[in-house]
Design a protein around this ligand. Sequence first.
Ligand code: DAH
Length: 336
Amino acid sequence: MIKKIREYREEAENFAGTSAEEIESFRIRFLGKKGIVNGILQEFKSVSNEEKKELGQEINSLKNAVAEKLEQLKPEKKTNSTRKPEDLSRPAYPFSLGSRHPVNIVRNKIINIFKSIGFSVADGPEIEDDWHNFTALNLPEHHPARDMQDTFFVERDPDILLRTHTSSVQIRYMENNTPPIRILAPGRVFRNEAISSRSHCIFHQIEGLYIDKNVSFADLKQTLQFFTRELFGQSKIRLRPSFFPFTEPSAEVDVYWGLNSETDRRITKGTGWLEIMGCGMVDPAVLENVNVDPDEYSGYAFGMGIERIVMLLYQMGDIRILFENDVRMLEQFRAL
Ligand code: DAH
């Protein structure tokens, strides 16, 4: 038996495996539950007491030889001198990938649709003055949007406020650029409204503006039909006469949604039509305010609320879902 143990020890000492699998099977062969060492210990039980002393020492030295070998072959040991120190700033857990917010997904879709027909993106400040948000847009002194009920004022006299719509970007852009102009202005807007399932005091709009020679209402309608076909898969639209101080004539745009299901009936209030934006021909008074000659140039403008379109496209019943940022909601948009 002693001879056998010595042979095993020699085998262990000469072991020269390098791969992780080889080392692991070496460990199992010797130290595994049914391995060599345990087998010897079984036999050890039945030896006489005199033999036990010497045999015990041999078994220990076999065990030590195996343990020493394993220690030598530990991967850290082998590469210790060349290894770089761990990067302690790395996160302990793998990053889980985020997803885009549905408002951004829809905003990007809308931007891409208009980019494909030559619009570019323009930007303006969220904190505005009275001129850009109201006066230059032909919003009269007594217009309700100027009321404390609707507008968040930052300062009074002169009035500085949180913009109530992205139409202010029209003015900023026309002040600094000459026609032809073809822009889209996405951004955050603010209104002092009670928060409910349908309205929120911070939301997002996209404004469009096109100024050139001989722009007509027909151009506006064609553009809107193209847009609704791309976004909703439906180019059947309806223009309802409406009023906005900065456009004349003005209209509200409805897209035909259909009445195929109970949900369709509910969200279109049984009509099959959905209102998606306001639009119109830019009022000559607005062009004069930014020194564009209304006898030479004309144009159209439109404005839509992004949250409203998100709610329609993804059939959400409550706008507040879009502001809570519950990851269980956001994760549903990972693939989009
Ligand atoms: N600014 C309007 C609003 O916030 C939306 C709007 C309507 C924008 C008609 C326009 C337009 O450019 O022509 O309700």
